[in-house]
Design a protein around this ligand. Sequence first.
Ligand code: SF4
Ligand code: SF4
Length: 432
Amino acid sequence: MRCRNIKTLDMEPLARIENELKKCVKCGACRAHCPVFSVLGREPVSARGKIALARGVMTGTVPLDARTRADMSKCLLCGRCVEKCANDVPTDLIVLAAREVLARKRGLTPLSRMIRLLFGSRKLMNGCALLANVALPLLFRRIPASSGLRLRFPFRFFSRRRIPAMPRRPFLDRHPEVTEGRPDRPRVAYFIGCMTNFMYPQIGEAALGLLKELGCTVIIPKDQQCCGFPAISGGDFETFRFLAEKNLAALEKCSADVIVTACASCGGAFHRLYPRVLGERIPGLASRCEALAEKTVDAAVLLQRFGFEPSADGSGSCQRVFYHDPCHLRNRSVVREPRQLLRSLPGLELVDTERAASCCGLGGTFNYYHYNTSMEVNAGRLAAIADSKADTVATGCPGCMMQIADGLSRGRSGIRVRHLLEILAEKSPGNR
Ligand code: SF4
Ligand code: SF4
């Protein structure tokens, strides 16, 4: 394959998955399942279209210009196309490789440069979080607390984005590194993720409480970092590798029996991106990435496996619950366990609909670059929630929580959005 665009070395991220690119037979079956295509209706933003663009970039028929970058950025990395493709074409990995080639040629975007600076340093992140806790309430417009989100950007560009208030102390600073449990129970390393640490520490508190109740020894490695998803989704392989190597070292050091996450995206990074994007590329890291993926489970799976038992008391803050499947849990077939856990709770009705599995539209940095499209995808989610007459939306991803709460905060439904673990913790015997 001839490459006229840039040096062959710069094309390496795409060249190494050239065989995967060739597997696409252009049948178009993926188009019907792509949330972005369903909103924008343009071939270049469908899975098939992006594969064609990536091929064009490799052969030199598609320029590495702003338009190609814009089309490549229009992907939620939801994996729905991968799930539905009969030829196992890994479109998500192809999009990431193309974004890396674009970043090599055109440089990182300002957002990716900020992610590199911030996420590359835990100290800087902590300092910014502290500053945000003090400064943001002064800068931001307040919105009703019942929405689950407290602050709204006052600036024109961000004027519609609503985010949770930042806590005074990140979760990682609140607890000792090791909480001893019973000797007959497993040692569990808890990987928190940035959104739980800095925005939703109550999810971490719920996870810790539930694990302690099961008698597990809980290790919260202090030197854990961002999983790297935001970096690699902007094509920044160096930052992704830097963070991944830190996490591998921090989690291996714990000698835990199992690693647990309550963030679908962090779990998705460990399960798919570490082995496929990092391990396959850096041979020395391959077996370590595979071992990490094997040891990592979602919190819902762990609780189900170790026999979570709710209190018999049927009272609580939610009665009718709609469960939203995060894409990065559905991709790993974690769909049964959260539902079983919710169904086990007395006094709670799980409202399961056909539409529980559609994407919320966040897509990490996608939401920043394409806010309107992101919220149009989200509108389908909100319609299903409204139809269900639920009083609460439960999910397993802090990112989905923020996105769904942002959409709901525009209406007056009063529907709350909570992490599955918050609901379970509220109904656990230790809380009664
Ligand atoms: S990615 Fe798969 S489903 Fe989509 S056009 Fe190619 S072969 Fe068909
Ligand atoms: S990963 Fe999701 S948004 Fe991206 S092309 Fe596939 S279906 Fe569309």
